[in-house]
Design a protein around this ligand. Structure first.
Ligand code: AMP
Ligand code: ZN
Length: 469
């Protein structure tokens, strides 16, 4: 398997630290609102990476955090007049619902920053002891970037270039920094903010320290893969390397993987630009399986532009897959075991070649776009070769193979049940139409059907209302 490593900028052969095992860490969302579909891109992609490693026989330990203490969470809490933990817990719950909707499996562990403060205090203490960090008079603890020789190696930046960029920029409150690139490990609390006790001041952690601490705690000092969106390369991941490697003296992560942005009108989709759709909004219009297929239809390192046209085409693609799977199941239910025909023998050879095509695509830096093309070639093959006369084992092989390959992509092979509400609404609309057309027999029939479903109708001035009996 080859993986493009941001650190070296090469596609490299994947060699795990421990044979047969993968330890991976992916930076998760800051939970102050519903996640948007830009946030969903790394979630869907790295879930697929995990599934493909498992398909190849690896055991994967997959850690992804929730950042649950942050300025944006504190601001949201102040606006609602509630505790910041109420905001973060609420949106962690909502995020998990969205993940389930997108068929993203829960990580092995989902640590939360606020539950890992003691580990952060320890690591900051270590960094101070080894002079990789220093305290300012107000109790802020800064990381001393000049103390870490490899600083800039991930983002391919040079500290002197970075510093000259800062020359004209004086940031008030940060005069105590030795170098403008030094970053906060711990900062004093402000009025009304959540805080924890520490040897330096009552306060809270900077953002970067949590990932170094959680990665070490749940995966060990050295991991195979660290991932996230490409906006995290600098400074977040650069700073994680500086923290972790200064403490351990060892390589923190062997492979750094970064997904490109999900754009809208060719601009990054983000909360701050206001040009975003939440996953929840999309779920009102589409089955989230459509979103998943859309996301994987491009290579993860290519920017992907969100558009209604592309979503409609993913919807049609998903439908083609599901129709094929239904057909396979129908045939399988009735088919009998018998000797394979020559045509079937030939189709199974083609199937093997297409599975190989799929695996080659995934082995080549997780090229999900090409893997999906291979799946569609298999769908076409199945549609043209599986029929009422097929041998059972032939139909079964087609079915199993598609199931297995689609599982890796996280595409479910059964149509989702239409929600009960949608069904009720549709029946009510049909009844209204029947009444308008003076087809009272049909209207009564629908009313009876709804009664059997436990739905009571009430004709009101504003139209027909319904409730459950
Ligand atoms: P945040 O909550 O902003 O820290 O983001 C959580 C994850 O989503 C990070 O890995 C980000 O890099 C990623 N992300 C945010 N916006 C986008 C986007 N428009 N496209 C792709 N990834 C994104
Ligand atoms: Zn992180």
């Amino acid at each position: 398997m080859k993986i493009f490593n941001t650190l070296t900028r090469y596609k490299e052969e994947f060699v795990p630290i421990e044979p047969g095992k993968v330890r991976m860490y992916v930076c998760g969302p800051t939970v102050y609102n519903f996640i948007h579909i830009g946030n969903a891109r790394p979630m869907i992609f790295f879930d697929t990476v995990r599934r493909y490693f498992e398909y190849k026989g690896y055991e994967v330990n997959f850690v992804s955090n929730f950042t649950d203490v942050d300025d944006k969470i504190i601001k949201a809490a102040a606006e609602e007049g509630v505790d910041s933990s109420e905001i973060s817990e609420r949106y962690i719950k909502e995020c998990k619902k969205d993940m389930a909707g997108m068929n993203i499996r829960p990580a092995t562990v989902h640590p939360q920053a606020t539950k890992e403060i003691p580990g952060m205090l320890d690591m900051i203490g270590e960094l101070l002891k080894t002079s990789h960090a220093y305290t300012a008079p107000d109790g802020t603890v800064y990381y001393r970037v000049r103390s870490f020789k490899g600083y800039g190696k991930l983002s391919h930046k040079n500290l002197d270039d970075l510093q000259s960029g800062f020359r004209t920029l004086k940031v008030t409150g940060e005069e105590a920094k030795e170098d403008p690139n030094d970053f906060v490990l711990w900062k004093p609390k402000k009025e009304g903010e959540p805080y924890w006790e520490s040897p330096w001041c009552q306060g809270r952690p900077g953002w970067h320290i949590e990932c170094s601490v959680m990665s070490k705690k749940y995966l060990g000092e050295q991991i195979d893969i660290h991932g996230g969106g490409e906006d995290l390369i600098f400074p977040h991941h650069e700073n994680e390397i500086a923290q972790s490697e200064a403490v351990s003296g060892k390589t923190f992560a062997n492979y750094w993987m970064h997904n490109a942005f999900l754009n809208i009108d060719n601009k990054k989709m983000s909360k701050s630009l206001g040009n975003f759709f939440t996953v929840r909004e999309i779920s009102e219009k589409y089955d989230l399986q459509v979103l998943r297929l859309f996301m994987l239809s491009a290579h993860y390192r290519s920017p992907l532009n969100f558009s209604a046209d592309l979503m409609e085409s993913s919807k049609a693609s998903l439908d083609r897959i599901l129709t094929c799977m239904e057909h396979l199941r129908d045939v399988l239910a009735k088919a009998e075991k018998k000797a394979l025909s020559a045509e079937e023998e030939k189709a199974l050879e083609e199937l093997d070649a297409l599975v190989k095509k799929y695996e080659d695509a995934m082995d080549d830096d997780f090229n999900t776009a090409d893997a999906i093309s291979a799946v569609f070639e298999i769908v076409k093959l199945a549609n043209s070769t599986v029929n009422e006369q097929s041998a059972k084992q032939f139909a079964a092989k087609m079915n199993e193979t598609l199931e297995k390959l689609l599982y890796v992509l996280g595409i479910l092979t059964e149509r989702k049940q239409e929600s009960l509400d949608a069904k009720v609404e549709a029946l009510i609309a049909e009844r209204q139409a029947a009444r308008k057309a003076k087809d009272f027999a049909r209207a009564d029939q629908i009313r009876n059907q709804l009664t059997e479903m436990g739905i009571i109708l009430k004709d009101t001035r504003e139209g027909v209302k319904w409730q459950r009996a």
